[in-house]
Design a protein around this ligand. Structure first.
Ligand SMILES: [Zn+2]
Ligand SMILES: [Zn+2]
Length: 175
């Protein structure tokens, strides 16, 4: 959603608190598109600290389901985001993009809160998604989810280190 900043930019010392609905439904990352399953409204505080500088404080909670890295089962990942941002409204759009080092969520005097949230989600993207700490993953031969049962596949030979060793042995045999 767009929040108009013209009022607050013109009033030094002014503080505004607002609740802004999150209107974005999908987060696009390098890994693909992820649907937002649950979201709270964004709590946004804007303080004009003078000299056309705005301080933003944002709080928002999202739940985004992601596949487990090992077994691909969907895991609800909580994003409990609390972040601050400083906007110098004297800067040109180009300078701001350089400073923020990310896509610009200000156009003219409008703040795009959805873009702001998307940026923050990407910054907080989990390095690892596991359905449980000791997830056993899936069998790479038959696709069986090994948390739910076992299969008859011989997976020992799939270990690349083992494969290298058995290669060496087979070469010895040939000689
Ligand atoms: Zn898993
Ligand atoms: Zn199997």
């Amino acid at each position: 959603m767009l929040v108009h900043l013209s009022d607050i930019v013109s009033q030094t010392g002014k503080t505004e608190n607002m609740e802004v609905p999150v209107t974005v439904d999908v987060i696009k990352s390098e890994l693909g598109s992820f649907k937002i399953a649950e979201k709270s409204p964004l709590h946004l505080q804007i303080i004009n600290t003078g000299n056309k500088v705005l301080e933003l404080t944002c709080d928002v909670k999202l739940v985004i389901p992601m596949p487990c890295d090992r077994c691909l089962k969907e895991v609800p990942v909580d994003f409990d985001l609390h972040f601050q941002s400083k906007l110098d409204m004297k800067q040109s759009r180009e300078d701001r993009i350089k400073d923020l080092d990310e896509s610009d969520y200000i156009t003219g005097l409008d703040l795009d809160t959805d873009l702001l949230i998307c940026n923050e989600v990407l910054i907080n993207w989990p390095l690892k998604v596991l359905c449980k700490e000791d997830c056993k993953g899936i069998c790479s031969r038959c696709g069986q989810n090994l948390n739910e049962g076992t299969c008859q596949c011989d997976r020992t030979s799939l270990d690349p280190r083992m494969a290298a060793i058995s290669d060496i042995f087979s070469k010895f045999k040939e000689v």
